[in-house]
Design a protein around this ligand. Structure first.
Ligand code: GLU
Length: 506
């Protein structure tokens, strides 16, 4: 039974791609479904299978199933328009426009307090988006690596919480915005870092991750987690930035000693090791392409959308996003939460990682920073995104929100209306048919198999409904995908009354 259902489900998808109803499709038909929905084939099993076919080679149903087998759910959702970003093309166009607009902004300055960071090209600009269904948009220098700097903090925090528990970790670090600079020499009233998103808290998270291992082993552990978070890409580590930061890290050493003096660390912590581990975490390299997948993994409650593997516990991700929302954007965190309303973390390299829970992750990289240390273009991009799309966590409260929601299909109202119309016809509910018509639903509408409400009425022998359609001049002779008119359907089902009625109009 289940098998039959499965067969029918995929047969309908196959038929929808089979333009001439010839029982075969081509490689380009499969590629088109994925591309139109923004799903990159690169790295997917479908791609490997498709490589076995030439462009002219016909693909039959059983071969189609073999090709999509390893990415079946993803393909099914794409073919049926069920991926989270429904209107991918128009969304993607708007995002490109925002990218072009914000590219014109040239204010701000590259961070220079870590000497090696100054060497970056200030004009770099990359934006990557990855949805929880792995739909992707990449604009600009998306393959150029940069150091993640403070964006290591949310991830290190998650690793510490997953390893211990939230309660344990928060014995060592608070949850309150500090209201002070990210590296200021200040602790909360209990002598602990205010939160894990500023330097003192970032150093504290490092002290909690795999403390029994050597620094090198701890770094390797964190790198392997980044590999899983980004869908299987082992990141690099920028030695020059690491050494440069270590040489000029008096402030971070001062923060470390201040915490040590207050006995803030767990027992037996070797401060030099912890700081070394922290500097190396900050020097991890990512591209926006990879970092957007990391952000999407957070948006997807800890499951990487590319591999489908759980990397972090969902409760950990929830805690982390709460802290990113309140503390992730330096001294602009409150403003950002107010105006943009999304959890985010920025870093002094000009990176910005933004999470739209249950929708997508964004990675933006543009090295020029404002006075508070956030990427100027990055912040402006987020503001424009929120002006256009209802992604602010509280946008859903606005009943008359004029913003566009890319999670809903543009023609959702129409599709639902036609579905209701067919159901009303099947039930012979003329009252509802009249109501739907007065709501503007076209009684001549066709579904994806080109079947009309008249086909349904003829098949179900709903004579009164047919009468109603005749009185309202609905077209009675439309042919469906298989070339059948409503009269053909009535005959095939031996619906004498319907046949008689329709014959008079044939
Ligand atoms: N490695 C940098 C520091 O500790 C990170 C700062 C940041 O990106 O906020 O100063």
């Amino acid at each position: 039974m289940e098998n039959q259902y499965f067969q029918n489900e995929y047969q309908s998808i196959f038929s929808s791609l089979d333009r001439r109803a010839a029982g075969r499709i081509y490689k380009r038909d499969i590629i088109q479904v994925m591309e139109e929905n923004g799903v990159l084939l690169e790295g997917l099993r479908i791609q490997q299978k498709l490589d076995e076919y030439t462009s002219e080679q016909p693909i039959q149903f059983f071969e189609f199933i073999e090709i999509i087998q390893k990415n079946m759910t993803l393909f099914k959702k794409a073919a049926r328009g069920e991926l989270v970003l429904k209107n991918f093309n128009s969304f993607s166009k708007k995002v490109s426009q925002i990218y072009e607009d914000t590219m014109q902004i040239n204010s701000g300055a590259v961070a220079s307090y870590i000497p090696e960071l100054k060497r970056v090209n200030p004009n770099e600009y990359a934006v990557s988006i990855c949805s929880i269904d792995s739909q992707q948009i990449h604009l600009g220098s998306v393959d150029t690596p940069f150091c993640i700097q403070s964006t290591c903090k949310p991830i290190n925090y998650c690793l510490a919480v997953d390893e211990h528990t939230s309660d344990y970790v928060h014995q060592y670090v608070g949850r309150e915005p500090s209201g002070r600079g990210f590296n200021e020499l200040t602790l909360n009233s209990e002598g602990l870092p205010h939160n894990p998103m500023i330097n003192s808290g970032g150093i504290m998270s490092c002290s909690l991750i795999q403390p029994q291992l050597s620094v090198n082993e701890r770094v390797a552990y964190v790198l392997s987690k980044w590999e899983s978070l980004s869908g299987g890409f082992f990141p690099g580590l920028n030695q020059a930035v690491y050494l440069s930061e270590k040489e000029t890290a008096d402030r971070n050493f001062a923060l470390g000693y201040m915490m040590k003096e207050k006995k803030a660390f767990p027992k037996n912590v070797n401060l030099e090791d912890v700081l070394d581990f922290y500097f190396q975490s900050c020097a991890i390299e990512q591209t926006t392409k990879r970092l957007s997948v990391v952000a999407a993994t957070l948006a997807n409650s800890g499951v990487c959308p590319i591999t489908g593997n759980r990397v972090l516990e969902s409760s950990t991700v929830k805690n982390c996003l709460s802290l990113m929302l309140s503390c992730g954007m330096y001294d602009y965190s409150g403003e950002f939460a107010f105006n943009v309303g999304l959890p985010a973390k920025s870093g002094v390299s000009g990176v910005l990682m933004v999470v739209i829970p249950n929708v997508m992750g964004l990675a933006i990289w543009s090295p020029r920073l404002d006075l508070l240390g956030n990427s100027v273009r990055g912040v402006s991009f987020c503001k424009q995104l929120i002006e256009n799309f209802n992604f602010h966590i509280y946008d859903s409260l606005l009943s008359q929100d004029p913003k566009y929601d890319p999670r809903r299909p543009q023609n959702e109202k129409k599709v639902n209306g036609v579905r209701k119309l067919f159901e009303a016809v099947r039930n012979g509910n003329i009252n509802e048919i009249r109501q739907l018509s007065s709501q503007g639903i076209d009684l001549n509408s066709k579904n994806y198999d080109f079947r009309t409400a008249v086909h349904i009425a003829a098949t179900e022998n709903q004579v009164e409904v047919l009468q109603y359609f005749i009185e309202h001049s609905v077209v009675l002779t439309t042919k469906d995908r298989w070339g059948n008119t409503p009269l053909d359907d009535a005959k095939r089902n031996h619906n004498e009354d319907a046949v008689k009625l329709l014959l008079t109009f044939d």
